[in-house]
Design a protein around this ligand. Sequence first.
Ligand code: HEC
Ligand code: HEC
Length: 234
Amino acid sequence: MLTIVLFASWQIRGRMLDARLLRAAPDSILSDPGLTRHAVSIAKPAFAKDCAACHGKDMKGSHAKGAPDLTDAVWLYDSGEVTEIERTVLFGIRSPNRKARNVTDMPGLGRSGQITAGDTRDVMAYLDKLQGKAPPADAAALERGFKIWNDKGSCYDCHSEDGKGVSAYGAPDLTDKEWIYGGDRKAIFDSIVHGRHGVCPAFIDKLRPAVIRALAVYIKAASLQAAAPSGAKS
Ligand code: HEC
Ligand code: HEC
């Protein structure tokens, strides 16, 4: 009998905390330690069940699946506020939900014939420069690559002139060291030639609103921890 009473009161407490989670301004939750603890306690099992298959148990993503690291402070969409992360989890990215984030994708520029394989190698020389690598022996390739970036390849149009990306389109920053699909030559070549079309499912019909809010808080907390100077980021 006592066990049943304890279980019932534990459940009621959980539901009350869920309600508080939903009433709170999303971006203020992390300044409330009690509410944050509750969010993490319900987010962890949900993440393991519904997200880890793509984003990894450690939330660090998978190049093979094109699922980004959620613990870094690099955001594909918007600037990583809890409200913005919550929106991604609710509606997804390029999911069938009509509110999904879906402005553009990475066109298969080689496949469509917009640029040649040679152009791709040239523009990769320019990407190396954006990555801060030493100038290539073939300076002419770099120059051609710069032209392709700004003209024939229309890279600037989505990734911006300086290569830092446009988060409203989900076009990643190509100057940092964080890659969705991997930063080795083959992965980059494939991204440019064949295009990319990353899909994150919508969870609005699959998870309770409190769990979705909790996941957004949990992800934000992980990214703040990684960004902190004492963070154990490898
Ligand atoms: C089927 C694989 C898959 C599953 C399952 C999945 N995701 Fe994703 N998720 C992706 C992919 C792929 C992207 C990147 C889409 C793109 O390239 O634009 C992504 C992107 C995201 C982003 C955007 C990150 C940013 O930098 O802006 C968030 C947040 C996210 N997922 C959270 C979740 C959460 C939370 C769950 C579980 C409830 C989840 N995802 C489940 C594949 C998945
Ligand atoms: C129409 C918009 C658009 C154009 C034009 C475009 N990109 Fe992209 N690019 C994107 C988007 C959006 C993504 C992310 C795709 C995803 O998440 O699935 C992306 C992804 C990439 C990636 C993969 C990055 C990673 O983190 O793994 C590379 C590399 C890339 N683009 C290079 C280029 C180059 C070089 C050009 C020009 C030759 C170019 N892009 C032109 C929109 C564009």
